[in-house]
Design a protein around this ligand. Sequence first.
Ligand SMILES: Nc1ncnc2c1ncn2[C@@H]1O[C@H](COP(=O)(O)OP(=O)(O)O)[C@@H](O)[C@H]1O
Ligand SMILES: [Mg+2]
Length: 380
Amino acid sequence: MWFLYGPPTSNPFGRENEVNSLLALMKNGQPVGLIGPRRIGKTSIILASLKKVPLPYAYISAEEFVRGEKGFNFAEFLSAYVSKLTYSIYAHAGYRGQIQRAMDMTKGYVKQLRDLIGMVKVSFNIPELTGLMEVILDKSEKNKDLSEEFSRVLDLPEVLAERFEIQRIIFVVDEFQYLKLARQAVPEIFHVMRSKWQFHRKVSYVISGSATGMLEELINSRSQPFYQFFYMTRITPFARDVSKEFLRTGFEAENLRVREEELDTIVDYVDGFPAWLNLVGIKMVVERRSVSEVLQSLPEDENVITALEGDLRKLSSFAKSVLKAMCKLGGEARPKDLGDDQWAVTRALQQLMRFGYVEREERGVYRVVDPMVVHYLQSR
Ligand SMILES: Nc1ncnc2c1ncn2[C@@H]1O[C@H](COP(=O)(O)OP(=O)(O)O)[C@@H](O)[C@H]1O
Ligand SMILES: [Mg+2]
């Protein structure tokens, strides 16, 4: 089907400019950051660019290693960093088949690393790599401090690129802001990363993040190690004509007749958020109900509930109630409309901005970014 809900796509509609500019920046070694709300299509743009780039690449999402409220599985993260990098080099050298079996994801990255090590020893003589793998495995097993290994792991892409005479390696860390949670393992994690990354001549770094305020803090404040390191690109919703064209093409492919005004009604409801356009598309095709019925059912839709509740859990209960109040006011509000305790409201708004729910407009007005969040909380 044309419409697809859930996983990112490596073939995103209407993002040619974003994909091509990311591709050009990657090839040139420019560190890039993609910023934008959840489900806007950042990962899809990254995957599409990686598919086109004629260089080895490794993709890692920091979100995968978050455990509960504030936990972060650092041993798994470090193992993933090394495993994925090793895999990318192998694949690039034409040994994809051999390594594929060791990359069975279901068993976790530490185990994966254990399987890889034997293979690497046989095929290449790279003590920098195998030695490091052994120490990581040993220390992970014993739950020991891995901060020293982290520094060495960070240099690995550059070391391997030189070793294999690779012009450049692309390294992507998606949902980058979650690395904050790894501070327990490495207190100055961003500082350590910056001190290494800035000297790498053969690695292009790409980061991306949905918690827009958090990411902005990391990039825009002078006191932060990654201040002015990345070229930042904001990923915005589809323009109206792109959203409509996306829907029109999908409905035509399914032989579903949907009138022009109905396309407008859909875009009025979900704006140009690709994830929601896909969801509406699927529901139209599968349920064969009218546009208005499908839209009305969205706040009760299992997919919407799961997706939004999963994110909302990260907020404090007061921030959540402020968000709800904003939604009841139509998705836009001034602090004074949101409660008597202005200090508490301000703090809640700050949290909502850090997590990417809310943006500050001009004239002191705050706006909920994702219209589905507005519809959802309005109905609760
Ligand atoms: N340009 C696009 N065309 C079609 N589907 C898209 C597009 N961008 C995103 N999607 C879909 O929307 C959902 C969210 O996209 P994703 O790339 O995961 O967003 P983000 O990384 O910003 O959270 C995915 O299911 C993805 O397939
Ligand atoms: Mg993503």
